[in-house]
Design a protein around this ligand. Structure first.
Ligand code: PLP
Ligand code: COI
Length: 360
């Protein structure tokens, strides 16, 4: 049932099969969870130990647990897909393992070896395979995370950590599978400064983004776009997605790495676009240029991309100074073609020239 590295303890009271089928008809995002979770402990003296897949349930934490005070926490997000031939696959999981290590490094946390990262995910998905939804566009969203579990109020890297993986059947990230989303430009709050934690997937980045996301919702938008810290001019990324811009000459542009999260979807889109002979630049793009190019028709499409959001067209952009529409305001051709190509590879419905699909 589980990877040889992981002890398996079955949930004695799993969700009943009919109830599970009913729940999987409309999973939404992030609100349904499977019967099990994976856990590995780390301590200064023992290193990584006690790897197991066990019944999913609450954790008991002392009020002085370090993470509750100083937010030493990182996470990942990836998906398991049910394939047409009945198999199961992950998409580029070793890229998530690598980014998890890079995030750990930035947050002064221990580095989880690839075999434990991949082993934890494979063991959990094998245990909860029946929870992978099969309706169109759905998957099992996996959330590996690690936090400082030492009971101590001193401000220092903790000497004990817990690594866990939970799994959540997922449909569309945006309600109603929005054909195109509306973006709010955050002119006051920024997400990441040079030398800060923007490129790490740590919980604190998301905590800091929530006030801007709340502002976006209050303005009738779906997501917030953050600008650079120094000039409030250069487009960074959304609260939980990277951005791509498509021009009338067929070329594309995406903001360069540095303070943004190095998205695995971003990297995959860059590769797929280049495979097709599309000229893609990783270069800074100014917010005023975005508006001017959209209004002149030079910019024809914009899309957001990430594991949860896959590839989502951006239709309108709103700021305190006004709003503008991109192209027709709906999904564009290049966006739709790249989305179709990416999702076909993820679901093993087309050849996989880069070896991205991990069957197990
Ligand atoms: N940017 C942010 C801030 C994110 O949270 C995410 C989601 O993980 C992404 C970009 C996209 O990254 P990926 O494509 O690896 O999911
Ligand atoms: C993801 O796409 O996996 C994310 O982490 C974005 C968001 C749900 C935090």
């Amino acid at each position: 049932m589980s990877s040889p590295l992981f002890q398996f303890e079955a949930n004695p009271a799993p969700v009943e099969a009919n109830e599970r089928s009913r729940l999987l008809e409309n999973p939404g995002f992030g609100k349904l969870f499977t019967d099990h979770m994976a856990m590995v402990r780390w301590s200064d003296d023992k290193g990584w130990h006690d790897a197991k897949v066990m019944p999913r349930g609450p954790l008991t934490l002392d009020p002085a647990t370090a993470v509750l005070h100083y937010a030493q926490e990182i996470f990942e997000g990836l998906k398991a897909y049910r394939l047409d031939d009945g198999g199961t696959a992950l998409f580029r999981p070793l890229e998530n393992a690598r980014r998890f290590r890079e995030s750990a490094e930035r947050m002064a946390m221990p580095l989880l070896p690839d075999d434990l990262f991949l082993g934890s995910i494979e063991a959990l998905v094998k245990a909860d395979r029946d929870w992978i939804p099969s309706i169109d566009g759905s998957s099992l969203y996996l959330r590996p995370f690690m936090f400082a579990s030492e009971v101590f109020l001193g401000v220092k890297p903790a000497s004990e950590y817990l690594y866990l993986v939970i799994a959540s059947p997922a449909g569309n990230y945006f309600k109603g599978g929005a054909p195109a989303v509306t973006i709010w430009v955050s002119d006051h709050y920024t997400r990441a400064a040079p030398g800060g934690t923007g490129a790490a997937k740590c919980g604190g980045n998301y905590a800091a983004s929530l006030v801007a996301q709340r502002e976006a919702i209050a303005q009738g938008c779906d997501q917030v776009v953050f600008l650079d810290t120094a000039e409030r001019r250069w487009i960074d990324e959304l609260g939980g997605m990277n951005l791509f811009f498509v021009f009338d000459d067929g070329s594309m542009l995406t903001p360069p790495l540095g303070t943004i999260l190095p998205g695995i979807t971003r990297d995959s889109v860059l590769t797929l676009a280049r495979d097709q002979g599309i000229a893609v630049r990783e270069a800074p793009y100014a917010i005023d240029q975005w508006e001017a190019d959209a209004k002149s028709g030079k910019l024809v499409e914009t899309f957001a991309c990430g594991t949860a959001a896959v590839v989502t067209p951006v239709g309108r952009v709103k700021s305190r100074d006004g709003e503008f529409t991109i192209g027709s305001g709906g999904p564009g051709q290049v966006t739709q073609a790249l989305k179709a190509r990416l999702t076909a590879i993820q679901r093993a419905q087309t050849p996989d020239p880069h070896g991205w699909v991990h069957r197990f």
